[in-house]
Write a protein that binds this ligand. Structure first.
Ligand code: FES
Length: 70
């Protein structure tokens, strides 16, 4: 499997931005649909109602994003 052109950006205040070719799967290895060819954002705060995707909930709660960057 080659994911050579995949880029994952850890934002300062929220999600992981995923760009490039990647296969997203759940804990059983089942594919999770993403928008083909479009970047998507994964939740890293645990507050999203649409996990594993970010739904912007990190903006509405006190969440110490700095701890997740260590
Ligand atoms: S990072 Fe955005 S809702 Fe969790």
């Amino acid at each position: 499997m080659s994911e050579a052109n995949t880029k994952i950006t850890v934002s300062k205040t929220g999600s992981y931005k995923i760009e490039g070719p990647v296969t997203l799967v759940d804990h059983d290895g089942n594919p999770i649909e993403t928008r083909e060819g479009k970047p998507f954002f994964l939740c890293r705060c645990g507050l999203s109602a649409n996990k594993p995707f970010c739904d912007g909930s990190h903006n509405r709660h006190e969440w110490d994003h700095g701890l997740a960057e260590r």
